[in-house]
Design a protein around this ligand. Sequence first.
Ligand SMILES: Cc1ncc(COP(=O)(O)O)c(C=O)c1O
Length: 418
Amino acid sequence: MGKEIFEEYESNVRGYCRKWPIELVYAKGSIYKDIDGNEYIDFFDGAGALNYGHNPDYIKEKLISYLQEDGIIHSLDMYALPKEKFISYFETEILKPRKLDYKILFPGPTGTNAIEAALKLARKVTQRPDIWAFTGAFHGMTLGALALTTEAMARKAAGVSLNANVVHIPAPHFMNHNFDTIGYMEKLLEDDHSGYEKPAAIIIETVQQEGGIHVFSEQFLQDLRSFCDKHEILLICDEVQIGCSRSGTFFSFERAGIVPDIVCMSKSIGGYGLPFAITLLKRELDVFKPGEHNGTFRGCQLSIVAALAALEMTVKQDIPGMVKEKEEIVKEYLEANIKPLLKEDMEIRGIGLSWGIEFKDGKLARQVLDKCFEKKLIIELAGSNDSVLKIMPALVIEEELLIKGLDIITESIKEVLK
Ligand SMILES: Cc1ncc(COP(=O)(O)O)c(C=O)c1O
């Protein structure tokens, strides 16, 4: 029957397959193969779920031997050996060296689950209902997380009002980099005629990914931390997409030297593209009663085996260091080859292995995406009106493939902007 089966029987809500109408059969490293034998370079990386590439051998071998031993797969939140090993490694190799002291909550296995747990916890701890998020935020599709997400189409689909108990604060870049976001928030809390109440928490993605690759400055993040301390507001960092070394440090907030109160992780924390999420919380915030927040698929042990192997790769292969080296390659490449092609109002932004080319025009960006696809590069758009081409290769991508992918972008932009 072929691809028509999807059109006939799969819900209309399917999305990515419309941009890239190929049927995938194989993937290794940064290469996809479709059913017709065509090869594509992957610069999308499962929206950040495949930081270690497709089917990385180190993780695959651990998964295969775990399956062969009939290791426990589903155990709800009963104690299980893979989880013990994961917690132990996470504690000694990830948290301790960074002087971080968090407890780990295992929510349902997706990013939006990690966010929902964080919101509920922050509200319970502070007994305040409001959460502040920033314009451009993307935190997931379930109602609580969707209320924080700003994208108009996704919000509209909720079918209910999302405006209760969430306030969007203009990010500095929202107003041409000039807006004094912290000053504005100060005023909202200080002035008894602002109409605003003190929130339970402020949530931030240190680099807005879906929002169009906007990197919050170190200064801003530090000022935000101070603001939260001053007003006793919890700071939540959404590391779902920018975490797991993509920014050049394991946690993206490390570059600013700040410590959030709650940290949400998913996507690449699952190592192999398997569903997994964790919500980290400062010890004193551990106020849920047993079973007060639960779910059937918390901490699938197979995902945890992969997650542990990914952490081992991170430490043994110094993946954050690898990212910093590749960051230089990408930065220099974009400066030298792509910037000269762009019009004055277009922009290049990014950090680590997350870069955006802002075309300011969604139609142009889509034309570039289509050209890239013709030339066998899978790459996504983000930002206002989908006007930002989002460069997000696997962190372990070979240099040759990285350059090949970047060359395809250059050629595509040349053809579209000629
Ligand atoms: C920053 C961020 N938070 C949360 C989510 C939601 O994750 P999920 O799609 O796994 O629910 C995403 C998904 O793209 C994300 O990028």
